[in-house]
Design a protein around this ligand. Structure first.
Ligand code: ZN
Ligand code: ZN
Length: 458
């Protein structure tokens, strides 16, 4: 079979690929220069990171330690994943202005914030080898990534920007670090130790974020082998934006996010020493598939897919995001803020529309509305109304007999709101978009205390 190949453009350029730090872009160079110019002793927070000089670059000022890395650890990646989104590891430029900032002087917050109900977007900690650690609960707000088979044998996988990250504690670093150094730092500036106290003693009683204060009045967290695996929230102050800790670095996508591949298990992964060539192998229904990719000069990434059915896939490779450095994905919920889906005007407090109509739309009667059920409702409503089959619901079609469905009434009452581009007709896309917003809001759960509901991202 012939490989189908396509090329996508990276949004930044790569200079020099020989060192352990693959990306030696302007951010890297600037950070390296600043780092070497530091005269005083490195802050205590830098200690665990300094154990990985090949992988991590550190720099600091009065407020922060900055942890720089290319986002690719030196252990085998991806192997063992049984719930795969088809994302693959690519180096990132977490350097300079895009490095990981760790507060040097953490400030205890008055209430703290739980990671059970917050921080489903982005990282909540950084491992000593410079790899970010995300909330073990993924961005749907309920799936335990470890239990769901989404993680490799080192507790990591790749996000929508092909960015590798852990979702649990990096236990494999414990031997190199010893008990006296933390495995990671949480983004509030407190360290995360392993299964013993820094002096080797057994771990004393922990609070709900899996932390405690030692005899010297210093707070730290402990990682665990079951949920919450790492810090279960933030004891310290963090600033929250769009459902995640900010500021934090961004990964740069080179292609459209990919979809889950049901039943696939990743069996092999190889990366060349210069981190330019990669091959990932998997098995689906007993048949092998692979993704090979290579970073070419100029920063282009060339992907070749061999599918288990023997075909080669035809992705268009459209990135949707090209341009200079710093061209990052838009904040996930930036546009949605203050723009919640319209609700029925039945007085207040308004109950979300979906909850009012749940039983009508809950096809499998499990008491929940799945995304599929929501989309079925959209499709039923749309075809019901679109009498002349022109792909649009006109105002007169909406006022006509329509269709008996929960959403039909909604469309009729809120025609103008659904018709987002105000062209006098509702397209399937407009209805879907609105329905998805409502569904996301619903699926993120009311009363979670979070007003920010980013769409699934990692
Ligand atoms: Zn402790
Ligand atoms: Zn993830």
């Amino acid at each position: 079979m012939k490989d189908f190949r396509f090329i996508v453009l990276l949004g930044f350029s790569w200079v020099g690929l020989a060192s352990a730090h693959l990306i030696e872009d302007a951010d890297y160079q600037a950070m390296k220069k600043k780092s070497s110019a530091q005269t005083g002793a490195a802050p205590k927070t830098a200690e665990p990171f300094l154990k990985f000089p090949d992988a991590v670059l550190v720099d600091w000022d009065e407020k922060y330690l900055y942890v720089g890395s290319d986002g690719l650890p030196d252990h085998p990646l991806m192997i063992g994943i049984t719930a795969w989104q088809q994302q693959v590891p690519l180096p990132q430029s977490y350097y300079g202005g895009n490095a990981w900032p760790i507060p040097l002087h953490p400030i205890p917050s008055t209430n703290g914030m739980s990671a059970k109900t917050n921080f489903f977007r982005g990282a909540i900690a950084v491992a000593a080898n410079g790899i970010p650690i995300f909330n073990p609960i993924k961005n749907d707000g309920r799936t335990d990534t470890y239990l769901a088979g989404e993680l490799d044998q080192y507790g990591g996988h790749c996000g929508r920007a092909d960015d590798y990250h852990y979702h649990v504690a990096p236990w494999h670093l414990a031997e190199r670090l010893g008990p006296s150094l933390p495995l990671a730092y949480a983004l509030d500036g407190y360290p995360i130790y392993g299964l013993s106290e820094p002096d080797g003693g057994s771990v004393a009683r922990l609070d709900s974020f899996q932390g405690h204060t030692n005899g010297l009045g210093e707070y730290h967290y402990h990682a665990s082998k079951s949920y919450p695996y790492i810090n279960g929230g933030f004891h310290g102050e963090v600033s929250v934006q769009g459902g995640g800790v900010e500021p934090q670095p961004n990964a740069t996508p080179v292609r459209q996010a990919t979809a889950p591949l049901p039943g696939a298990k990743i069996t092999g992964f190889e990366m060349s020493a210069d981190k330019k060539k990669y091959q990932l192998e998997y098995v689906q229904n007993g048949k092998k598939g692979s993704v090979s990719y290579e970073i070419l000069s100029g920063g282009n990434v060339q992907f070749s897919f061999k599918n288990p059915d023997g075909t080669t896939s035809e992705s268009n490779g459209k990135t949707g995001r090209t341009g200079g450095g710093g061209n990052r994905p838009p904040p996930p919920d930036g546009k949605q803020r203050g723009e919640g889906p319209p609700m029925e005007g039945n007085g207040q407090p308004r109950k979300p529309w979906i909850e009012n109509h749940l039983t009508e739309m809950d096809g499998n009667r499990d008491g929940k509305l799945s995304q599929e059920e929501m989309m079925e409702e959209v499709s039923k409503t749309f075809t019901g109304y679109d009498a002349d089959r022109n792909g649009k619901i006109s105002q007169s079609e909406a006022n006509g007999p329509g269709v008996r469905s929960a959403m039909a009434g909604f469309v009729k009452q809120h025609f103008a709101e659904v018709d987002k581009d105000a062209n006098g007709a509702i397209s399937l896309e407009e209805l879907k978009t609105l329905a998805m917003k409502m569904w996301e809001k619903y699926s993120w759960g009311e009363g979670s205390g979070s007003s920010q509901r980013p769409p699934p991202q990692n």
